[in-house]
Design a protein around this ligand. Sequence first.
Ligand SMILES: Cc1ncc(COP(=O)(O)O)c(C=O)c1O
Length: 381
Amino acid sequence: MLAGCTHAPAVELAERLNALTGGALGHAFYGSDGASAVEIALKMSYHYWRNKGVAGKKEFVCLRGGYHGETLGALSVTDVALFRHVYDPLLLHPHLVMSPDSRAARDTETSEDVASRALREVHALFEARHLDIAAIIIEPLVQCAAGMAMHDAAYLRGLRALCDRFDVHLIADEIAVGCGRTGTFFAFEQATLPDAPAIWPDFLCLSKGITGGYLPLSIVLSRNAIFDAFLDDDISRGFLHSHSYTGNALACRAALAVLDRFEETNVLRKNQLVGLTLTKALAELAADHRIESFRQRGMIWAFDVRDEFAGPRFAERFHMQGRQHGLLIRPIGRTVYLLPPYVLNSELAHWLAERTLETVNDTLSQLDDHRHAAGSAVTLP
Ligand SMILES: Cc1ncc(COP(=O)(O)O)c(C=O)c1O
């Protein structure tokens, strides 16, 4: 662990990430996995307000269906019953607000309208309780564990404005959606309108893709003003938080190699091109009457199999069928999603689309057979 020391890869990594935020997020705190990054952001937000003399700000806000990890703090701001229910008596109870999931659009509503509706709920909550609220935590653009629930970037802009107005920290959990996954290096970049000043969260959590999956590392980037609130000779004002592998040198070096690769081979541009190929190759599936809400954001594709076709144990059946086709796909409920690695090329994109369609066909015809068999079993005496 760093324990007050540092080393070249940790410094270089912090500096390069800072540069990628245009200097907005000038400090990096290291952890070893996603959940520890979320713990760090939550603790640091509360401690910041305490150092500023507003210790009353100790509540958190999170989104319905959000997922932020499974340690106690991270699980507290996670709204997935499967992971939460046993430990609920041990957890903090944050405020839950509506997800801006575009699929929640009613009648003629656009995804921007859904974002506005979700923001009105946050507004009402902040108006009533902002003196008690330290931070709101979100997964920008795509709530992954909620079933690749995608939302309009207007939500991020609106939330930034509300957080500024009511003095609430905005924590962007980019553990899954960072490092190019949504098409920009940071998902939050898409909140900024062309020709407008860049907007950023107060904390940004990264993990997973930052080392290309080779070594465990997580990072919490934060604003200089947050760092400054901890810089004091009084130890109780310091941020005392460490893990055995905080700032592990080899992991930081792996992250630097990933950043090199992004620069040298223009990964974002290459992904954009191969992404178009995959979207085109998936067109037949997108138009299939058994499928709804086909959606894409950067290198994430998802669609829902209509309820009437999905049937019992759909996710498990699809997963097993996929393996027979050489695919490793793990649906969430009736949502099938693709998060291909960035080695994807045009040939693999076609292969992936074909195999996915075959897997859908095989799984749904198996379910159909199952339904018919169940139907005849009922009619037989
Ligand atoms: C958005 C998000 N936050 C936090 C986590 C937790 O990360 P870890 O599993 O490394 O603790 C994950 C993991 O899937 C995630 O997707």
